[in-house]
Write a protein that binds this ligand. Sequence first.
Ligand code: NAG
Ligand code: NAG
Ligand code: NAG
Ligand code: NAG
Ligand code: NAG
Ligand code: NAG
Ligand code: NAG
Ligand code: NAG
Ligand code: NAG
Length: 400
Amino acid sequence: MSAAVARGSRLVPPAVAAVVVVVVVCLAGSARGAFHRQLSVELNPGSLNPPGGDLLHVRAVGANDTLHYLFSSQGAPALLLLHTDSASSAIKVNWTQFLARNTSGGLWVEPESSLLFSSALVFSRLLEYDDVNDTAEPTSQFFPPYDLQNFTWSRLNLSDSAPNALLCGGVAQGSLCLQLAVFGEEGRGQAWPRLLHSADSSQLEVRLDNVPPRSPRSRFLLELQEVGGASRLSRVDVRRSIDDEFTPSIFKVSQWVSLSNGSSDVLGFVQWKPVAYRRSRPVLEDATPCRHSEPVPGSGDSVASSSMLIRAFFAAPRSAGLNVSFGLAGEPFYNSTGFLSWTLLVGVGSPPVDAFSPLVIGIMAAGLGTPVVLLLLGGAYVCVRRRGGANAGPAYEPIN
Ligand SMILES: *[C@@H]1O[C@H](CO)[C@@H](O)[C@H](O)[C@H]1NC(C)=O
Ligand SMILES: *[C@@H]1O[C@H](CO)[C@@H](O)[C@H](O)[C@H]1NC(C)=O
Ligand SMILES: *[C@@H]1O[C@H](CO)[C@@H](O)[C@H](O)[C@H]1NC(C)=O
Ligand SMILES: *[C@@H]1O[C@H](CO)[C@@H](O)[C@H](O)[C@H]1NC(C)=O
Ligand SMILES: *[C@@H]1O[C@H](CO)[C@@H](O)[C@H](O)[C@H]1NC(C)=O
Ligand SMILES: *[C@@H]1O[C@H](CO)[C@@H](O)[C@H](O)[C@H]1NC(C)=O
Ligand SMILES: *[C@@H]1O[C@H](CO)[C@@H](O)[C@H](O)[C@H]1NC(C)=O
Ligand SMILES: *[C@@H]1O[C@H](CO)[C@@H](O)[C@H](O)[C@H]1NC(C)=O
Ligand SMILES: *[C@@H]1O[C@H](CO)[C@@H](O)[C@H](O)[C@H]1NC(C)=O
């Protein structure tokens, strides 16, 4: 029986499969589209204007859970994600403790038992090297790094309409900016790389604008630290991406996942496409590939001392860090345009997976389907004739 089913399914022609896929994708899309989180934004909860930087809190409330996004410029920029199993969990801040930056416990979630998962991403350093031989191998020739905890960050510039915040820090006459967007439903970014997001994720765009390169052949790296509690493992998976309709010429997606120790459950993720853009309004030629190093365990304590948010929330932080480097050998150097932008998604659960878009399915159905349908019709015709002949055979036999 099962063999028959298997054989039957193998015989399903691609055109029918394509139609089935379209229907499934549409149904899945509408089912996921129905999932919605209620977003609310609060700046510096419980304090008017804390010295040293801002703390943004975005609540994303679901049917019976809440995601709390905390974005802070107190020290190195950090995004902390807390997932609770309650629709009424709250964030509490003790500003005396938070600003003292020497103990944890300055920020917590109530009720504490509702916490399911916590994870943070810290932007620790911007590194620059002189790529004298155009190898794009960041091995030597490093200039002194920009330590982002020592930057003077602007106040957070909040958008009126969407939960969207812009944070900038000066690098000589230029700037390094982080644009945060939190999402309440599934969708796709407006600008390249047009990452697909879910209601359980937020997006950060990093922009390096007009930073005076210290060499004409300078290239940059960005160092990131992922912070979590104990018994966590983290690794970067590189997957093939099937659809480059939204990110032309890029067929891969990298995802830095947090796994609970001893299981393969993905608790949280940082996802990006290995591409940066050399202009703020890019055309295809402005895309530049980027690479990442393997995550290495770091000193949770040094990350905590670089960001007050990390210090305040985690009692015993564990961290893993990696570098993202922009540009390959032969690619233009930073001073060709004096601009770089790179986008990443941060969320809980499994990272979103690009499905074939209706346009691609349409093209496949038209391209593959038409000849297949013709073949099938032809085959069916031959079959019917054969069968007709075979039936006719025995029918005539008695007469012979
Ligand atoms: C959350 O609510 C949904 C239905 O709204 C239910 O299916 C699910 O089991 C609930 N989850 C928890 C953890 O209670
Ligand atoms: C905040 O923390 C300080 C130092 O631990 C403590 O003295 C103070 O009572 C706390 N404030 C509140 C409102 O809990
Ligand atoms: C933290 O710093 C504050 C003031 O700077 C001090 O009063 C307090 O004792 C310190 N706490 C610890 C645990 O070092
Ligand atoms: C660049 O190339 C020259 C000549 O091959 C070599 O001597 C030098 O060490 C290279 N520099 C770096 C930074 O690799
Ligand atoms: C940044 O500040 C920290 C703490 O004040 C200090 O230890 C570190 O050396 C500074 N980094 C740079 C590059 O100045
Ligand atoms: C805040 O952002 C808006 C839109 O991005 C911009 O027009 C405005 O000048 C910014 N305000 C400040 C103070 O940077
Ligand atoms: C994961 O679990 C194993 C055995 O249970 C333990 O030896 C290891 O230290 C754990 N790793 C982490 C990161 O907690
Ligand atoms: C990033 O690159 C710099 C320069 O090679 C290196 O010192 C640093 O350890 C790297 N950071 C991580 C987290 O791998
Ligand atoms: C890059 O820098 C070098 C040296 O400062 C300069 O000669 C060159 O014109 C710059 N390139 C661009 C595109 O600005």
